[in-house]
Design a protein around this ligand. Structure first.
Ligand code: PLP
Length: 480
């Protein structure tokens, strides 16, 4: 128990030192958009004018918030091509839930309660089918073609089969494969022809802002992850914001809130986690329209630069018709699992030795890595990452060519800790090779605090490390 501020400060510092966070290296987590959370954007949320307003404060005390929320909503409408925004949802998944409920109420208003089928491609984010199920919809999965795109024939056939009962389809654009699919307008047209609505998952908006708008493509509703594209820090389960945008015909069916005389709330507060909205608002204001568009261009450029540098070492799983990716790319490391037993975990752990947070693993394709650099990373940092990935490929080659043992090598034994170094060293590679591979930063090296843990075992076996409640009985309570 910490009873001294000095100890508490040191405890927090220790935790921070163990963390491999954005203040130390790029976090190339595909689909997560781990971009810069600029200090200038974050400062206002600590101001009492923003942080000490109660969500249910009377409106005559929240005029500033109303102005901020109104202006941000207008900007988000301009960016997405939608006609209104609901700021209730606190996450992307909650936005999906709110958006599907909105669609559900729209169908009910038209006397079509039987419309409950939701078409979802097999590559969709897991939250998509989960949200549809939570809204009482029946999920019908649409297959993918070998190139990763939605199988248009299968989509058309399933839309035909369920025509009378279609509520919606949920698509992601650019797709979760990091590709601008060519048939997105056609997909919207097919659903509309069958009387359904299009839910476009807007989590990948970082590839669209300023260049294309979901509302123009044919979608009826989307959530926007403000904690991805619009700079709210995320990870670790902190508050997020997943507002939804809708076309005008859906406005009457948006979630209401008792606080403003409505019903159908999806969130406790009328504007969700309003206290973090100043981050997204100041991001938009400081970037300006041209700046936001330039950010999108650089995000796409950075992803394509990585794909181009890595493609000779690792196949890039999917690309569009012109051979380009969108704002992220999937590198296929599955062949190594077959040939030398090096799997996606091994490469992820080795990247930690190199000083990088690993990319997204085994999603949306099992056994692969999905890399998203965002516009925030410099060429130097992106090159450091590519150098690390290329060096790991050469380490795998050593195993392939039998120059090093299949299990006792730097990739299989990653990550390496300080205690590994000071103990007896009987490995067929040097201490330097273990701890200072390409990309690692000399004296500023990140030292992993632990060796490899058995993730699957940990996930399946509950281990409680908290003291039993009896332990608290003997703790003396300080007298007031
Ligand atoms: C992140 C993400 C979501 C879910 O957003 P949360 O805020 O994590 O609930 C949904 N779809 C896609 C494609 C995503 O990347």
């Amino acid at each position: 128990m910490n009873r001294a501020e000095s100890e508490m400060t040191r405890y927090m510092r220790r935790l921070a030192d163990r963390d491999l966070a954005l203040d130390r290296a790029m976090i190339p987590l595909g689909s997560c958009t781990m971009k810069l959370n600029a200090t200038a954007e974050m400062l206002p949320i600590s101001w009492p004018e923003f942080s000490e307003i109660h969500p249910f404060a009377p409106t005559d005390q929240t005029a500033g918030y109303a102005e901020l929320i109104g202006d941000l909503s207008q900007k988000l409408c301009d960016i997405t091509g939608y006609d209104a925004i609901s700021m209730q949802p606190n996450s992307g998944a909650q936005g999906e839930y709110a958006g599907l409920l909105t669609i559900r109420r729209y169908h009910l208003s038209r006397g079509e309660p039987h419309r409950t089928v939701c078409l979802i491609p097999s590559s969709a984010h897991g939250t998509n089918p989960a949200s549809a199920q939570m809204c009482g919809m029946t999920v019908v999965v649409v297959g993918a073609r070998p190139d990763g795109d939605i199988d248009l024939d299968d989509f058309r056939a399933k839309a035909e089969t369920h025509s009378a009962n279609i509520a919606a389809c949920m698509i992601t654009y650019p797709s979760t494969h990091g590709v601008f699919e060519g048939h997105v307008r056609e997909i919207c047209d097919i659903i509309h022809a069958h009387g359904g609505q299009v839910y476009l998952d807007g989590a990948n908006l970082n590839a669209l802002v300023g260049l294309a708008r979901p509302g123009d493509i044919g979608a009826d509703v989307s959530h926007l992850n403000l904690h991805k594209t619009f700079c709210i820090p995320h990870g670790g389960g902190g508050p997020g914001m997943g507002p939804i945008g809708v076309k005008s015909h859906l406005i009457p069916f948006l979630p209401g809130h008792p606080e403003t005389g409505g019903e159908g709330a999806v969130s406790a507060a009328p504007f969700g986690s309003a206290s973090i909205l100043p981050i997204s608002w100041s991001y938009c204001l400081m970037m300006g329209g041209r700046g936001l568009t330039q950010a999108t261009r650089v995000a796409i450029l950075n992803a394509n630069y990585i794909a181009a540098r890595l493609k000779r070492a690792y196949p890039i799983l999917y690309a569009g018709r012109n051979g380009r990716v969108a704002h992220e790319c999937i590198v296929d490391v599955r062949p190594f699992a077959k040939s030398v037993g090096v799997n996606v975990d091994d490469i992820a752990k080795r990247l930690i030795d190199c000083g990088f947070h690993p990319p997204t693993m085994s999603w949306p394709v099992a056994g692969t890595l999905m890399i998203e650099p965002t516009e925030s990373e410099t060429k130097a940092e992106i090159d450091r990452f590519c150098d690390a990935m290329l060096a790991i490929r050469e380490e795998i080659r050593e195993i392939e060519e039998g120059r090093i043992d299949k299990l006792n090598n730097p990739v299989k034994r990653a990550p390496h800790t300080v205690s590994d170094l000071i103990g007896a060293w009987e490995r067929p590679y040097s201490r330097e090779a273990a701890c200072f591979p390409a990309g690692s930063l000399g004296i500023d090296k990140y030292w992993p605090p632990v060796n490899r843990v058995d993730n699957a075992y940990g996930d399946r076996n509950l281990m409680c490390s908290c003291p039993p409640s009896e332990a608290y009985a003997s703790t003396p309570v300080a007298a007031e």
